[in-house]
Structure formats: structure tokens, C-alpha cells
Design a binder for this molecule. Structure first.
Ligand code: ATP
Ligand code: MG
Length: 437
């Protein structure tokens, strides 16, 4: 290439940092996970809800809490150029689901169970297991106050780990009690932290009076000792909160679900109360939380609805799939029955008609496509057929097409067996392309 040609070549465009393409074969893993989830949700009577990716900004500032990582520094917020509205790419989906439930009065005839899947957006520092666009799958049950629904959601997640072949996910639970209990704990906590104010980092100092509970969630090792010695919220719970927590534990015990009570487990969003939980693994380094959730009994009311209790969880698709891979989970292979090899472009009308019939009959076929003018040598086409992973090559050579036939060559059994079949009898031989020996 001459200097001139180089200069006129268009500059390469790249994707946005932290927002990744999911390419084959990895995309097949995502489809597989989604299919497993859909099947499972149906068995638990959770229905799909699809809310927009963009919501009005106040939904999140009001819903998640002003003093949270997400609202303080992670939201993609922009102005609608046409009317000046402040809009935000959803950083999570619970707020959107609640907005939708309130907007459409979905709880008028009783509680509802929903699940969703889709991309979320947070302006975080990209690293393994932490991206700026990432897929979440979530389940939400609204209008139910009993601990049995907390348990149902946890059992649903446990069932999903089983379906996916994951056995290295452990469950941590905690209770955040009710607002008035948290208030008392909060005072004790602030008092404790103030005594050791010199040990607090900047984030913690800023949150000392606005959101001290979140300080307990710190990842700063210097503060671990201080946080370990802090008053425990569990010790401030009243009778009703403890009863709810115990009811959950009783059901989990009866179902053989192992868990540990982690009194320091708090969640990133302000809307949680009573039950909170996380599914954690040690196999993904520091990004070990694969699924997290809890109760949010006040969010519906806070977003303008009639008071209604609710509980839910969300899992990170990337982290769950990374764990599947880490545990040697079956690589998802999309099967291909046949690859069509075509000698002359003049045969293409007959070839496409034949392939259409095969596909209607359920056979998966990849058609060899030309560079534009010729189909290319048969040799190069057979190479492609081999590389495609197809079980059979369908050979549309000159002789075959002249006789209105096709040669079927086995590519995978090592014998290279060939049979010749009339196109007129396609209904008879099509099913054999799907049978594996
Ligand atoms: P973390 O403590 O890891 O930041 P979080 O408390 O922000 O998690 P949630 O908002 O509860 O997480 O989201 C639920 C799940 O979504 C997480 O457990 C994780 O699996 C996934 N997740 C959250 N943020 C990201 C991200 N930036 N990239 C990829 N997955 C994420
Ligand atoms: Mg986070």
C-alpha cells in the first residue's frame, strides 16, 4: 500500500470502553443460559416483563437513594435533546419494574411474579467481571409480604445453579430489619465509627452521616477491623423482623439449602429491608457475587404506588457464565446438520429451493456462498464444509444437478460414505440428515 492509500483509508472505529461485543461461540452460551432461565421461570410461574432501557432520571435518584455508588457516580445520564428531560440508561431493573407495576396498577388483583433479562449500564472501572454494559437476569415478586416468597426466590436461584451444573455457589443471608430498627442501629454505628474517625477513608467519612450502613460494605482492607467490631444490625431487630428472618431460615433448612448468616451483608441500593442475600463464589477473584437481592417493601410506595411489599434478585450473566466455564461447563455447540457445496452458480435456484424445503423440515443447513462471480473450487468448498462442523456435505455438482439429484457425503463418521438421492424424494431422505449414528 502506498503512503497515499494509507492516508485515505478510513479510521477504524472501536466500541465504547467497558461495553463488549458478545461473539459466537460465546453468544451461544448466553442463549443457552437464557433458555434455561425461561424454562425454569415457567415452572415457578414467573412471567416475563420487558421495560425500557431508558427511564427518567428521578426514578433512580429517588428509587435507589441519592447516596449510593450508582446514583453518585455510575449513571449514564443525558438530556433528551428535544424536550430537555433528564433521562438515564437503566443501571438496574428493579426500579423500572416497580415503575411499570405502579403505572399500570398491576397489583390491583393481587401479587405478581416477574422476571426480566437484558442490559444494564453503569459507569464503573472496567475489569474482569465488571463492565459498563452488562446483562442481568432478575426475578421480582411484588405484593407478597411473607418469608415464603423470599424462600421461593432463593430456591429458584438454587434450582438454576443446579440446572447450570454449578456447585460452587454459596448463599449468604442477613436481615436489615425495618427503618426504625435501622435508625437505632445507625446511631450506635455512627457513635462507633466516630470514635475511630481517623481510620475512615474518604468515602466512609463522606457517608458517616448520610449512609453509614454502606460503610460496612467497604472493600478497603484498612477498615476491616473497624467494620468487624461495629455494632451489628441483627442485634437491633425487633420481634416481627426476627420472626420473618426465622421463618425464612426454617424453610431453607427444610429444603436442605445451605447458607451462612452474614451480619455485615448490606446491599448497594437503599431500598432494601428485612431479608437480603447474595450468592457468592470464590472462583472468580474479587468479583465473586453472582446473584444478589432482597426485600424492598417500601419502594412501591416510594415510587407513588399503593404500599405493597416486594422481594427480588438479579444475577450477572457474565459472572454466571464465567463460573460455568470455570467449572468446566459444557461448551455450547450449535449443531449443524449439513453444508451445501455447489459447483456452478447456475444451480443456485435449485439449490436454494432444496435448502428451503430441508429447513422447513427442521434440518439445519449452511449454504456455501460465493465471492460474487463464481462459487470457488470444490476443494475449497469442502474445506469450508469440514470447518463448519456439519455432519453432512450436500453436493450439488454438475452431474447431480443435471439429473435433479444430490450427493450426501458423511463428514463426521470417518468413512466418508456417499449416497445419491433424487431431489423429488426429499421428504423421504430429509429426516436422515438429522439422525446421528
Ligand atoms: P458489586 O458488589 O459486585 O458491585 P452490586 O451490589 O453492584 O455488585 P447488584 O447491583 O446487586 O450488584 O447487581 C446484581 C449482580 O449483577 C451482581 O451480583 C453481579 O453479578 C452483576 N453486576 C453488577 N454490576 C456489574 C458490572 N458492572 N458488570 C458485570 N456484572 C455486574
Ligand atoms: Mg456495584
Amino acid at each position: 500500500m502506498t503512503a497515499n492509500e494509507t492516508a485515505t483509508k478510513a479510521a477504524k472505529l472501536t466500541g465504547v470502553k467497558g461495553m463488549n461485543d458478545v461473539l459466537p461461540p460465546d453468544s451461544a452460551g448466553v442463549e443457552w443460559l437464557e433458555a434455561e432461565v425461561r424454562a425454569l421461570m415457567a415452572r415457578y410461574a414467573y412471567r416475563n416483563i420487558r421495560t425500557p432501557i431508558v427511564e427518567r432520571t428521578p426514578l433512580f435518584t429517588r428509587g435507589l437513594g441519592e447516596v449510593t455508588d450508582i446514583v453518585e457516580k455510575e449513571m449514564y445520564t443525558f438530556e433528551d435533546r428535544l424536550n430537555g428531560d433528564s433521562l438515564t440508561l437503566r443501571p438496574e431493573c428493579t426500579a423500572g419494574v416497580v415503575r411499570s407495576v405502579v403505572e399500570h396498577s398491576l397489583l390491583y388483583d393481587g401479587g405478581k411474579r416477574f422476571y426480566y433479562m437484558g442490559p444494564m449500564f453503569r459507569h464503573e472501572r472496567p475489569q474482569r467481571g465488571r463492565y459498563r454494559q452488562f446483562d442481568q437476569i432478575g426475578a421480582e415478586a411484588l405484593g407478597f409480604g411473607g418469608a415464603e416468597v423470599d424462600a421461593e426466590l432463593i430456591l429458584l436461584a438454587v434450582a438454576l445453579w443446579r440446572e447450570l451444573g454449578l456447585n460452587d455457589v454459596r448463599l449468604e443471608i442477613n436481615s436489615l430489619g425495618q427503618p426504625e430498627e435501622r435508625l437505632q442501629h445507625r446511631q450506635a454505628l455512627i457513635a462507633h465509627l466516630e470514635i475511630h474517625a481517623d481510620l475512615l477513608d474518604d468515602d466512609a467519612r463522606r457517608r458517616l452521616h448520610s449512609n453509614p450502613l454502606r460503610i460496612l460494605d467497604t472493600k478497603n482492607p484498612v477498615m476491616q477491623g473497624l467494620v468487624d467490631a461495629a455494632p451489628r444490625l441483627l442485634d437491633f431487630l425487633g420481634e416481627a423482623s426476627l420472626a420473618h428472618f426465622n421463618a425464612l431460615k426454617t424453610i431453607l433448612d427444610a429444603n436442605g439449602v445451605a447458607y451462612t448468616v452474614n451480619p455485615r451483608l448490606v446491599r448497594g441500593m437503599d431500598y432494601y429491608n428485612l431479608t437480603v442475600f447474595e450468592f457468592v463464589t470464590d472462583r472468580l477473584g474479587s468479583q465473586g457475587t453472582v446473584c444478589a437481592g432482597g426485600r424492598y417493601d417500601y419502594l412501591v410506595e416510594q415510587l407513588g404506588g399503593k404500599p405493597a411489599p416486594a422481594v427480588g434478585w438479579a444475577l450477572g450473566v457474565d459472572r454466571v457464565l464465567a463460573l460455568v466455564r470455570e467449572q468446566g461447563g459444557a461448551e455450547v455447540v450449535v449443531p449443524l446438520d449439513a453444508y451445501a457445496v455447489v459447483a456452478q452458480t447456475s444451480a443456485l435456484p435449485v439449490v436454494l429451493l432444496t435448502l428451503q424445503t430441508l429447513r422447513n423440515a427442521g434440518v439445519s443447513v449452511q449454504m456455501h456462498a460465493s465471492a460474487g462471480d463464481s462459487m470457488g473450487s470444490m476443494k475449497s468448498q469442502f474445506k469450508r464444509a469440514d470447518a463448519s462442523g456439519a455432519h453432512y456435505a450436500l453436493i450439488f455438482g454438475d452431474d447431480e444437478v443435471a439429473q435433479y439429484r444430490v450427493t450426501i457425503k458423511s463428514l463426521r463418521d470417518g468413512t466418508g460414505t456417499q449416497t445419491s438421492q433424487p431431489l423429488a424424494d426429499i421428504a423421504v431422505w430429509a429426516p436422515t440428515l438429522q439422525s446421528r449414528t
